[in-house]
Write a protein that binds this ligand. Structure first.
Ligand code: AGP
Length: 603
């Protein structure tokens, strides 16, 4: 997730762009940049880190006549957060900003290099500006060149492009990544990745659809789709900035739950091909001599690793074990060099995980980070990194970070299965097709959310919760219980369903709430008898399953799928929403629960 802005008009262009970027900084802050075209000259400024660094760099620059500009705040996906990789990217006479991922950038880049184009950055974005200039050479007409460029791009994008070849115009295109264009009464034009960047400036806006592209000049907006001009569907822009940042959701956590479909799409983009998994970030030789994997993490990241350890053993047939980082550090672990040490962290700054990583490095192990924040301490220290691409997560209770971690590790398990030849081509294809379907699986239906809102009122008291599941669904039960604890302050435990009879069942009575994860694809009969045992002791049961279960007090029906991961992701969303709605009813601060911090940088 990055943020982009654009402006055409007579106000101070830099101030308008910086104002917009300030509102979008929640989308990413690895680096920021602007390009401003005034009197046929383009000035560009970039700075790594937060926006204040760009503000400092541009403090002596201002405009005071007609002009236009584009700006960007970056959340790195391809290439490190350096100034060269920061947007806008320049060609010979044009500049571009982009949010999304150009999937075919490597083949385009190769062709452009053969034609003599020189690339300065490691980004996928830079191909757009060179491609546009190459097309302009052939077409000699800017709009045609832009249209042709857009046609040649595959992947997700929101693009703004300015060029000295047509100095009064901003070209734009949108596919899969958000973009809004608006105007004020004077005819000044504004672009932004979300309402927040336009509130207080534009009076009416158009929410661009996938496949839209076009151009804007002072007082003029032209939108095309599939080479046909579209009628402009303008809407008045109202609202306040904070709620715009939350995109109309009550809490960031709620927004982040709803965002999971989009970010999972980003996570798999360019990595899941028709018949194989590809990670540009990895070198296959890196895995030579590796016989086992040691995962190490804290909290939610630990739960995601535990879930995926089942996949690594089953799919890649590699011994996998998982350790809580704070335990690992002091157990004087025996480490052997045939072990790949994988740390998982949303923030990349968790002290316990970071220290565990340093220990593994010191012992000479190969290391890999699964992380959401590029250039974080954990990323800098690890030999290799796979970014989860979840975008900034503001809610202290992790949701989309968990979803994307699981997805990255599932893809990694398949990648290793390819290298180790532990799966047939047919099996791999089936996995790939399930992965592609997951972003749809996590879309939140209104009816589901409404049902959970209603159900939540029955789960506010009692003497505790047990989330139970088996197999992959045991770590999901741990994660469901962690979510509930964090934001409701109610006592909840995640437990392997088969283990209840070895002790905890003693707690069962009508005041004990059991959240039973009962997928059809994994040991349904086994978990069913575990839940029956609890029901016989009068525990209150909320069953989550595709199969009706008569003994449940409450029941949430899921879709039947024969792939455990589809059931896993669907149940994940249900447990997140349940925690959210219980917390809301209890009147708690959902996004900033008491006693917790987003990133735990102390022991
Ligand atoms: C998750 O909801 C938590 N807030 C917490 O458990 C978190 O996952 C843990 O502190 C690890 O953080 P990290 O992923 O940033 O390393």
């Amino acid at each position: 997730m990055c943020g982009i802005v654009g402006y055409i008009g007579r106000e101070d262009i830099k101030e308008i762009l910086l104002d917009g970027l300030r509102e979008l900084e929640y989308r990413g802050y690895d680096s920021a940049g602007v390009a401003i075209l005034e009197d046929e000259e383009i000035q560009s400024f970039k700075a790594i880190g937060k926006l204040k660094n760009l503000e400092e760099k541009t403090k002596n620059f201002s405009t005071n006549g007609f002009g236009l500009g584009i700006g960007h705040t970056r959340w790195a996906t391809h290439g490190k957060p350096t100034e060269l990789n920061a947007h806008p990217h320049l060609g010979e006479f044009s500049y571009v900003v982009h949010n999304g991922i150009i999937e075919n950038y490597q083949e385009l880049k190769k062709k452009l290099i053969q034609k003599g184009y020189n690339f300065l950055s490691q980004t996928d974005t830079e191909v757009i500006v060179h491609l546009f200039e190459e097309n302009y050479k052939q077409e000699n007409e800017t709009f045609k060149a832009f249209e042709k460029t857009v046609e040649m791009l595959a992947g997700a994008y929101a693009i703004l492009l300015i060029t000295k070849a047509d100095p009064n115009t901003i070209y734009f295109a949108k596919n899969g990544s958000p973009m809004i264009v608006g105007n004020d009464e004077k005819g000044d034009i504004y672009f932004g990745s979300s309402d927040a960047a336009l509130i207080g400036k534009a009076s009416e806006v158009i929410y661009l659809s996938d496949g839209d592209y076009g151009y804007t000049k002072e007082g003029e907006i032209k939108i095309f789709n599939d080479k046909t001009e579209k009628a402009l569907q303008k809407k008045p822009l109202i609202g306040d900035k904070i709620s715009a940042q939350k995109d109309g959701y009550r809490f960031f956590m709620e927004k982040e739950i709803y965002e999971q479909s989009e970010v999972l799409g980003d996570t798999i983009m360019g990595r899941v091909l028709d018949e194989k998994i590809k990670f540009d970030e990895l070198d296959e030789n890196f895995f030579e001599g590796i016989n086992q994997i040691q995962f190490c993490a804290c909290g939610t990241s630990y739960n995601s690793a535990l879930a995926c350890s089942y996949l690594f053993e089953r799919q890649a047939k590699i011994k996998s074990f998982v350790e809580i980082a704070s335990e690992f550090r002091y157990k004087e672990p025996l480490l052997s060099k045939d072990t790949l040490f994988v740390v998982i962290s949303q923030s990349g700054e968790t002290a316990d995980t970071l220290e565990a990583l340093k220990m593994a490095k010191k012992a000479g192990l190969k290391t890999l980070a699964i992380c959401n924040v590029d250039n974080s301490s954990i990323v800098r220290i690890s030999d290799y990194t796979l970014l989860t691409r979840a975008g900034i997560e503001k809610g202290v209770a992790s949701t989309k970070a968990f979803a994307t971690q699981v997805m990255v590790m599932w893809m990694l398990a398949l990648y290793l299965a390819q290298i180790r030849n532990t799966m047939s081509a047919e099996e791999l294809k089936a996995e790939i097709s399930t992965i592609r379907h997951i972003p749809k699986t996590v879309i939140v239906e209104d009816s589901l959310h409404e049902k959970i809102k209603r159900l939540s009122k029955r789960y506010l008291h009692g003497h505790g919760f047990f989330f139970i599941g088996r197999d992959l669904f045991y770590p999901l039960a741990l994660e469901g219980a962690l979510k509930l604890k964090e934001i409701s302050y109610l006592h909840a435990e995640g437990y392997p369903a088969g283990e209840m009879k070895h002790g905890p069942i003693a707690l069962a009575d009508s005041e004990l709430f059991t959240i039973a994860l009962m997928p059809k694809s994994v040991h349904y009969d086994k978990i069913k008898s575990n839940v029956e045992e609890l029901s016989a002791r009068d525990a209150t049961i909320l069953a989550i399953s595709p199969l009706e279960f008569d003994l449940a007090d409450d029941f949430i029906k899921t879709n039947y799928s024969d792939h455990p991961m589809s059931e896993f992701f669907e149940m994940m969303v249900i447990t997140q929403l349940l925690a959210l709605e219980i917390s809301v009813r209890l009147g708690n601060d959902v996004d900033m629960p008491r006693n917790l911090a987003k990133s735990v940088t102390v022991e």
